[in-house]
Design a protein around this ligand. Structure first.
Ligand code: SAM
Length: 146
């Protein structure tokens, strides 16, 4: 939103295999003591501070959450529901659970749902340089889709 300014018009799809994880994410409620890295301006613009029994918590405002949809997706099944190709994908700390052939299949699927030149952000312990036919390493944990 900050990068796009007043013209902000984007959609963000958040997915997981676990419906409980998605429900927690969709609530958008966070403990304040885990939000110390967020500056005061952003806190005020994007979050509501809890009062009374919600003291010590903050909830994301609809002005930001309206752009997010939450979908159950099993990355290792080939029936992904995504419609539009993505400009950016964050797939962090999930592939570590998969063996190498499964990682390759998932990477091929991720490649298919991205625009050429789109960016893939992965976790710090993840390395997909074996799939350089699909992605070019741009930074420590950032790949560009070919
Ligand atoms: C270690 S957490 C990482 C969460 C987040 N990406 C992060 O970096 O903080 C791993 C997540 O992957 C999800 N997951 C595990 N297997 C999956 C699969 N086959 N398809 C989709 N999500 C999966 C789990 O439910 C869990 O929420």
């Amino acid at each position: 939103m900050e990068a796009l300014g007043a013209r902000a018009n984007f959609s963000l799809t958040a997915s997981d295999i676990d419906s409980k994880v998605l429900a927690t994410a969709a609530r958008g409620v966070y403990r304040l003591d885990g939000m110390k890295g967020i500056d005061a301006g952003r806190m005020q613009r994007f979050f509501l501070r809890g009062k009374g029994s919600n003291e010590g918590m903050a909830k994301i405002k609809p002005e930001l959450s309206q752009f997010i949809e939450f979908l159950i997706v099993n990355l290792i099944h080939d029936d992904w529901p995504f419609k539009e190709p993505f400009d950016v994908v964050f797939c962090r700390n999930v592939m570590i659970y998969f063996d190498a052939p499964t990682q390759r299949k998932v990477l091929e699927r991720i490649h298919r749902v991205m625009k050429p030149g789109a960016l893939l952000f992965v976790g710090h312990a993840e390395n997909f340089s074996d799939s350089r036919d699909l992605f070019v390493l741009k930074g420590k944990t950032v790949y560009e889709r070919r």
